[in-house]
Ligand binder design. Structure first.
Ligand code: CTP
Ligand code: ZN
Length: 154
């Protein structure tokens, strides 16, 4: 980024999702349920030069602080992102997202006959077999889920 000017302006209140792997900003938008038809200002920056990542994406969501469940969802698709909570222009909280080895209850198994989809609700459990590209294996039926299966649920 140029030292003279900021490419995207600082925000007053909200969440900055930084260090998103290049090409994943739109996945993050989708997983947060942002469609531009409601809510506050959302800024998406793609292919921003970064010392650590080469090129990175950034998403700034004004007027909204992400909750832990939303942070967990982001970890699925942007496992190296940093979540910054901004209040009155200051970063009051900075959190590196982390993809756990076992994912419980965030996504549903796409296999309709999986026991986790039966009428008695059972919490879904997946094992992370691969981070990039994402590969999850259902604890109950062994079904393999990929990024597209997860994005379809949001
Ligand atoms: N940011 C913002 N508005 C603010 C404060 C910060 O949009 N009022 C953004 C910054 O542009 C940056 C991110 O939030 O993309 C994190 O800010 P900061 O911690 O100040 O930057 P760095 O120290 O570069 O962050 P890191 O160490 O995580 O790389
Ligand atoms: Zn299953």
């Amino acid at each position: 980024m140029s030292k003279k000017t900021l490419r995207v302006s600082k925000i007053r209140n909200g969440t900055v999702i930084d260090h998103i792997m290049r090409g994943h900003a739109l996945d993050v938008i989708k997983i947060l349920g942002i469609n531009g038809r409601s809510g506050g200002v959302v800024t998406i920056a793609m292919n921003v030069p970064s010392e650590k990542l080469g090129l990175k994406d950034i998403v700034k969501v004004e007027g909204r602080e992400l909750n832990p469940e939303e942070v967990d969802k982001i970890a699925l698709l942007a496992p190296h992102a940093t979540i910054n909570i901004i209040r009155n222009y200051k970063v009051v909280e900075k959190q590196r997202v982390k993809l756990p080895h076992v994912i419980k209850g965030i996504v549903k198994c796409v296999n309709p006959t999986c026991i986790s989809n039966s009428e008695e609700p059972i919490k879904s459990i997946f094992y992370v077999e691969k981070e990039e590209p994402l590969r999850l294996r259902c604890h109950y039926c062994g079904h393999i889920m990929e990024k597209e299966d997860i994005l379809q649920q949001f």
